[in-house]
Design a protein around this ligand. Sequence first.
Ligand code: IPM
Ligand code: MG
Length: 347
Amino acid sequence: MKIAVLPGDGIGPEVTAEAVRVLEALGLPGLTLAHADVGGAAYRQHGHPLPAATLELARSSDAILFGAVGDPTCDNLERALRPEQAILGLRKELGLFANLRPAKVFKGLEDTSALRPEVAGAIDLLIVRELNGDVYFGDKGMTTLPDGRRQGWDMMSYAEDEVRRIAHVAFRAAQGRRGKLCSVDKANVLETSQLWRDVVCEVACEYPDVALSHMYVDNAAMQLVRSPGQFDVIVTGNLFGDILSDQASMCVGSIGLLASASLSEGTLGLYEPIHGSAPDIAGQGKANPMATVLSAAMLLRHSLGLEAEAARVETAVAKALADGVRGSDLGGSHGTVAIGDAILERL
Ligand code: IPM
Ligand code: MG
């Protein structure tokens, strides 16, 4: 069992270190961890955000534990050299097309949500976001029109097989949960979305036990705040999923608690907190590592098939929260290492 550890930028290294401590504490026989640079950190060391050696390590591993990429000092580099290209490149190169982003309110945290406690307490949903297509990977460019105005453009598209395979992931996920799937699109305006909706309906025939509904993305954003408890599994494209998953995190109470898995057709997966590099608090030892620890739990479950160990880690995090362990993101005073210690004690 070989895990590539890619800490990246900002708070990435701090939060990843705590997740590594948790993985090591499990004492799994045959587990090896190999670190490599990624993002802005890799650009500074090797001149590229995703060096060939890092990609090779990731490719040859069973799973990837990823911190975060993003560094404001790199914002003026040409796009191909910016830190974000590292995560986009890994997703594309390794065929990591299925992004699972669970959002659930931990007991005792109902009050930290931006929503009323009784609304927040009902949240237990999973966003299944497509990761290899959409406007993220279409043709894009900047030109100057004949009259001198500058124009930027990004092409949104999905091919039917891309929609079909993410739909299958989402239907199967719904089968393992409460049997409800909501497909989110903008079919009232976009052709890409019309195809999306048509294909999801076709796939639905194979899953008569799942109740499928459709929602436009603007309405979904509104419903996520109005009554998030209505959702079980949400399946959506790359761009809408990016936005809705950040929104879901705040409904839960903190973006510092949300884990994610990016899965391929096989068992290889990349696991990362959804919060990003948070450069404003980097290096201060106050980032909440719980999202990364929970991502490590997803790694154990999805790539290594270690369900019992995954549940053990998740229970330890839930216990720490129930016992009042709170990072600064939740208005508490526990620092990164103190939270790691608290989780380890409860393992
Ligand atoms: C995410 C992030 C990335 C994305 C960025 C860093 C490219 O926001 O994983 O949600 O847009 O997918
Ligand atoms: Mg995002």
